[in-house]
Design a protein around this ligand. Structure first.
Ligand code: 3HC
Length: 311
């Protein structure tokens, strides 16, 4: 630790400035960014699986094309974020090994199964809706490469959320069976979606330090409240009800009150025992192993190209 550099770093953070890859930074700052950015990237890549499951089953060519574009976007988000993490001196292989061996986390939400087509709409509406709430403040994160990656990602996220909501509006104008399908999906995805924002602030191990470092600009609970307030109104327009009898407007607070979150369910899923954890990780490991020949070919091509250049 170097007092002069530390003072310069603190001054930049206090001024709301950006830390760039070549700037001096405290080792703990670098480590928490590698942790958060890589887990964010893992979430994007694993998040392709639940939706990918429905690309071949989309009800129309239009919906198939939209879903294909969205899943492709998520892959690109993962790429931006792995690249941002690599600026902190870690390799892609190290990061992916941490995922494949269960050391690194990814967002709990992607361990739930997509049982019907309505799940695809609800994921766009609720999961991408929650992701937008969480990702907009990250565009102002103190670490430059992460903030800039988030600016690009947020532009695509709004399309993700809109297409999901549009899909549900279409279904709600359909048959009773389609309306029941949407309500069933909302019932299964509502609580896992509000768990995406992480533990309550009082239980969050990283929030205090991440807030001081300008990484976490808005707290888990404040973002969760923002999401609930915005989404309940959209649910009314859609004509669905949230599976929470305690959900009601509190005029005094100017926010919606909501029921107790089942943190046992949250930690059970985060710790690898959710409905989909084993399958999701197995799918990622298989994709990695099946793709080894592509990586070898690219590396061999690069070796030959470099050798030709040296001639
Ligand atoms: N799923 C899995 N783990 C979670 C979690 C969740 N929903 N919420 C919190 N955790 C983990 C944290 O990673 C941390 O564990 P770790 O020390 O092993 O990393 C622990 O629970 C304590 O939580 P904290 O609140 O103290 O941790 P953070 O300060 O890191 O806050 C976070 C958690 C809000 C998720 C923060 O890490 C963050 O903002 N991450 C970047 C954004 C992100 O990952 N968004 C969700 C997935 S992206 C997505 O949805 C893609 C979209 O295109 C669909």
């Amino acid at each position: 630790e170097n007092p002069a550099y530390q003072a310069e770093f603190d001054a930049k953070i206090d001024a709301g400035g950006y830390i760039e890859a070549k700037d001096w930074m405290p080792e703990a700052y670098r480590k928490t960014l590698v942790r958060q950015i890589s887990q964010h990237a893992h979430s994007e890549i694993v998040g392709m699986l639940p939706e990918g499951n429905w690309i071949t089953r989309a009800p129309t060519l239009k919906r198939k094309a939209i879903l294909l574009a969205k899943v492709q976007d998520e892959g690109g988000h993962g790429l931006y974020l792995y690249a941002a993490a690599e600026t902190l001196g870690v390799s892609r292989d190290e990061l992916l090994d941490a995922l494949h061996t269960g050391k690194a986390k990814y967002s709990s939400i992607f361990n739930y199964p997509t049982l019907t087509w309505a799940d695809i709409g609800v994921i766009g509406w609720l999961v991408d809706g929650a992701a937008i709430m969480n990702q907009i403040p990250l565009c102002k994160c103190s670490y430059g490469p992460y903030a800039r990656a988030m600016v690009r990602i947020c532009k695509e996220e709004s399309f993700h959320q809109r297409q999901g909501y549009d899909l549900l509006l279409t279904m709600m104008k359909g048959t009773d069976e389609q309306r029941e399908m949407v309500q069933d999906a909302v019932n299964r995805w509502w609580w896992p979606s509000i768990m995406m924002f992480g533990p309550h602030d009082k239980d969050s191990v990283h929030s205090g330090q991440s807030a001081r470092w300008g990484i976490k600009r808005i707290s888990n609970d404040d973002l969760r409240q923002k999401f609930v307030d915005a989404t309940v109104k959209q649910a009314e327009v859609l004509g669905v009800t949230m599976p929470d009898p305690a959900l009601q407007w509190n005029a005094e607070r100017g926010h919606y009150d909501y029921g107790a979150i089942d943190w046992d369910e949250f930690w059970n899923v985060v710790n690898g025992h959710g409905q989909g954890n084993v399958d999701r990780l197995a799918a990622r490991v298989k994709a990695w192993e099946d793709g080894a020949w592509v990586r070898d070919a690219a590396l061999e091509h690069e070796r030959k190209r470099a050798a030709r250049e040296d001639q």
